[in-house]
Write a protein that binds this ligand. Structure first.
Ligand code: GLY
Length: 367
């Protein structure tokens, strides 16, 4: 194993050994002035901190990580029971909290939480358009987004747990829709597609968190790489593998010298300064997933790419300031909304740590 992997691992675990006590059972989202903020229970990013703690618990057996993760999971019962607060991000929220807990400890209450979250997610499927509705607000009935690919693991997991193909059918139907409507010929992706919710007819693509309907939001590419790879892991459907590799090859071909993309590969030149390290971390972990699923030269190709991006994050995007709570800096939440521009974001930390776990040989995932 390359020396830097152990160095990066020591760095990440060393930092978490301090930060977990200050952050505790809250829901950090972005770090400002060196300290992570805390979100309300229904934010889509609230699975990532318990997910980080479960990764750390799995690696160290340290019960402090486990008990904070358990406390976060209990707090997520509020949005799980408040039906009106649930959107499509149940996978981000409960795969990394309840499902992770169940996979590591066998907790049957956690299993039930995961299954309830999966049932809610399945109920968002629009039978006419074959898409899972993304958001809650009035007017969003026909909107599907590429991010949803990362939520589908929860459905595949539920099908396996219940020995019932219904959830898998919905995840695969949404994925087939995404193959058709989101992935472009060159491997880049749309962020949002609008359908008529009554007829299922496609109306238009929208720019969303990308620069424009025809641009290439880098985190959207990362969601496609990893989400389709997970679909292939669960189903063995070669079309999902091909979509993941097409998205990965597009992403890799656009990368600048430091292997960390701008927020949108097709943003105007004067906006390319804004990096998104979260896209790099998620794409790296997705490529390492491909390396695990493939064999021979293809596997080695994606392992090298995933490792190189992770190494660059460690060498060039770990904070200079030892007091900074985040593991990596310069994530961009949404440049068009000027929200969280070049700040550390919790999902960047999650995917960075997950990629390091894979590079150390741990290939089981919570998704
Ligand atoms: N799922 C929302 C985002 O990627 O920002």
């Amino acid at each position: 194993m390359e020396t830097w992997i152990n160095e990066a691992w020591e760095y990440a675990l060393g930092k978490l050994s301090h930060t977990h006590t200050r952050i505790g059972a809250t829901f950090p989202n972005a770090s400002y002035g060196g300290k992570y903020d805390a979100r309300d229970e229904d934010c889509w990013t609230n699975g990532f901190w318990p997910g980080i703690l479960w990764l750390a618990y799995r690696a160290t057996g340290d019960g402090e990580y486990r008990s904070i993760a358990e406390s976060c999971e209990e707090q997520l019962d509020a949005p799980l029971q408040a039906y009106e607060q649930l959107h499509h991000d149940n996978g981000f929220l409960w795969s990394l909290s309840a499902v992770a807990d169940y996979k590591l400890t066998g907790n049957t209450l956690s299993r039930r939480r995961g299954l309830i979250a999966a049932s809610h997610l399945a109920s968002r499927f629009n039978l006419k358009g074959h898409f899972i509705r993304a958001w809650l607000y009035e007017g969003s009935e026909g909107l599907a987004i590429i991010d949803c690919m990362m939520n589908l693991g929860l459905l595949y997991w539920a099908s396996e747990e219940l020995q019932d193909p219904r959830y898998r059918h919905i995840a695969s139907a949404h994925s087939e829709m995404a193959l058709r409507e989101f992935i472009r010929e060159d491997g880049s992706v749309h962020h949002i597609v609008r359908f008529d919710p009554d007829t299922g007819e496609r109306i238009e693509a929208l720019g969303g968190q990308g620069y424009s309907p025809d641009s290439a939001w880098s985190r959207g590419s990362a969601w496609a790489i990893y989400g389709f790879a997970i679909g292939y892991r669960y189903t063995g459907d070669i079309r999902f593998l091909n979509a993941a590799t097409a998205a990965a090859d597009y992403f890799a071909a656009q990368l600048p010298d430091d292997l960390v993309p701008p927020w949108d590969f097709r943003a105007p030149a004067e906006q390319l300064w804004a990096k998104d390290s979260t896209a790099a971390a998620c794409a790296a972990s997705g490529m390492l997933e491909l390396a695990f699923l493939l064999k021979g030269e293809e596997s080695e190709h994606y392992r090298k790419l995933g490792a190189a991006i992770t190494e660059s994050l460690f060498r060039h995007y770990s904070p200079q300031d030892p007091e900074e709570e985040a593991l990596i800096i310069k994530g961009t939440g949404s440049f068009p909304h000027q929200a969280e521009v070049e700040v550390p974001i919790i999902y960047g930390d999650y995917f960075f740590l997950e990629a390091l776990c894979k590079l150390k040989g741990e290939n089981e995932i919570f998704w």
